[in-house]
Each structure stands twice: as structure tokens, then as C-alpha cells.
Design a protein around this ligand. Structure first.
Ligand code: ATP
Length: 236
């Protein structure tokens, strides 16, 4: 488990003349489970992408220890996403031509690991997320829930310090969504993985320990919940 906080300072971003982030300061502690909520268009995805180094904000900085995420080159940011950060989207974005185990092994192969070692480790991760049996299948043969678990294994196979997830259950039915969220909770509790997740669903948001609620590109409220609060929040 990493002991490094992720620190965002003064983040601003606009698409053309449409502002998406209007000045965000946020510190994410290692081991936290952060949910980013807010109305449609409030800037949730833009904030997540800036934190994960998918985009470079117009102004402000994102730092992870001594690494300047926002100041890094495209190449350095993509290496960061292969090693220290894992990214999971609504649709797993698996490579259709590759089997599940090859998909999961991909970040390791890109990092230079020999194929046999990479696929062995990928197989272990498929087991950890509960879909060892689909290792040899291609994405077209998987259910939505299975595909999302494979995508999760790929996001975590490099032993990522932080998992960034953008509406990871948005394409799943409620049972599969709950299974994926339970899995994320376990990874957070057992492995100490830091999770930063965007959602507009209260049931998903209830899994978080810290809620960052956005309004018009700004932090409207920042709340921390203990376990009892989480249950109360789920019931509200
Ligand atoms: N690629 C883009 N090009 C132009 N405008 C964009 C782009 N992406 C986002 N925006 C605009 O920026 C603002 C913030 O968008 P963002 O996707 O971050 O919000 P969100 O809270 O994640 O929304 P949603 O819940 O609908 O996904 C919105 O006004 C949106 O229309």
C-alpha cells in the first residue's frame, strides 16, 4: 500500500469557452475510498481525468509524491497509468481480439515483462476478481459483469496505488453492479488500494468513505463518513 497522498491544487479546465472545472483543491489520502458526485455536467469526469493524468488541466497542478502528474509528458503520464494508477471506465474497453488473460497481461507486457510471467500474474488477478474461468475467452463471449471484472483486473495488475473509476457500474444490471462494488470495497479494505470513483448513483456513492460533491465545477461539499454513516447514507 502506498503512503503517498494525491494533491490537486487550483484545478481549472474549460472545453472551448465552456468551463468544466472552476478551481478545485483536493487532497486524497492513501487508502481512502473517494466518491465524486454531482449533477450531470458538474465536472465529475473532467476532475477524475485530471487527477489520473488522462488530461492536463488548463491551470493548477496534480502531484503524487514527488511526481508532477499534470506537468508530465504524454508518454510519462501513460507510463504512470500503466504502473502506479489504474483506470477503469464505464465500458471496460477490452481489446476484442485478445483473450481475457491476454487483456489483463497487456500493461505488464507493455512494461517489458516476459509473456509467461505476465500471463501468470494476469491469471492470478483474474482469480482475485472471481473470473478465473474466463481466462481463455474473448470479450465478445463475456457477460457485462465478467467483462468489467476483467477490466478491473487489468487496471490493478500492475499493483496500482490508486484505482480511478468513471461510472464503473453504469453499464451493469443491479446485481452485477453490486458484485463489482463489493469487490472494490474488498480491494480497498484488504489491499489498502486507494479508490477514486465517479458516480451519479446514490447506492454506489454509499460505498465511499469520502464524498466530494461537485456543483458547476467547484467542490460544493466534502464529507467523510464512518461505517455507521455509510449505512445511514445508504438508507437515506
Ligand atoms: N470533450 C468535451 N468537449 C466539450 N465539452 C465537454 C467535453 N467533456 C465535457 N464537456 C463539458 O464540460 C462540462 C463538465 O463535463 P463532465 O463530463 O466533466 O461532467 P460530469 O459531471 O462527469 O457529467 P455526466 O454526469 O453527465 O457525465 C459539461 O458542461 C460538459 O458538457
Amino acid at each position: 500500500m502506498s503512503t503517498t497522498p494525491l494533491i490537486a491544487t487550483g484545478l481549472r479546465h474549460a472545453y472551448g469557452n465552456r468551463p468544466a472545472l472552476a478551481g478545485i483543491d483536493l487532497r486524497i489520502e492513501p487508502g481512502d475510498f473517494v466518491v465524486i458526485t454531482g449533477a450531470s455536467g458538474s465536472g465529475k469526469s473532467t476532475l477524475l481525468h485530471a487527477l489520473a493524468g488522462v488530461i492536463v488541466p488548463d491551470a493548477g497542478s496534480v502531484r503524487f509524491g514527488d511526481v508532477s502528474v499534470s506537468g508530465a509528458s504524454e508518454e510519462a503520464r501513460s507510463a504512470l497509468r500503466r504502473t502506479r494508477f489504474g483506470v477503469l471506465f464505464q465500458f471496460g474497453q477490452l481489446v476484442e481480439e485478445l483473450t481475457a488473460v491476454e487483456n489483463v497481461a497487456l500493461p505488464l507486457l507493455l512494461g517489458g515483462m516476459p509473456r509467461r510471467t505476465a500471463e501468470a500474474r494476469a491469471g492470478e488477478w483474474l482469480g482475485r476478481v472471481g473470473v478465473a474461468e474466463v481466462a481463455g475467452q474473448v470479450p465478445g463471449e463475456l457477460s457485462g459483469g465478467q467483462a468489467q471484472r476483467v477490466a478491473l483486473a487489468r487496471a490493478l495488475v500492475s499493483e496500482a496505488d490508486i484505482l480511478f473509476a468513471d461510472e464503473p457500474t453504469g453499464a451493469l444490471d443491479s446485481l452485477a453492479a453490486e458484485a463489482v462494488m463489493d469487490l472494490l470495497s474488498e480491494l480497498n479494505a484488504d489491499l489498502g488500494a486507494t479508490i477514486v470513483l465517479v458516480t451519479h448513483e446514490p447506492r454506489v456513492a454509499a460505498y465511499g468513505r469520502t464524498e466530494v460533491h461537485l456543483r458547476d465545477g467547484r467542490i460544493d461539499t466534502l464529507s467523510s463518513y464512518g461505517q455507521d454513516d455509510v449505512i445511514a447514507q445508504a438508507l437515506r
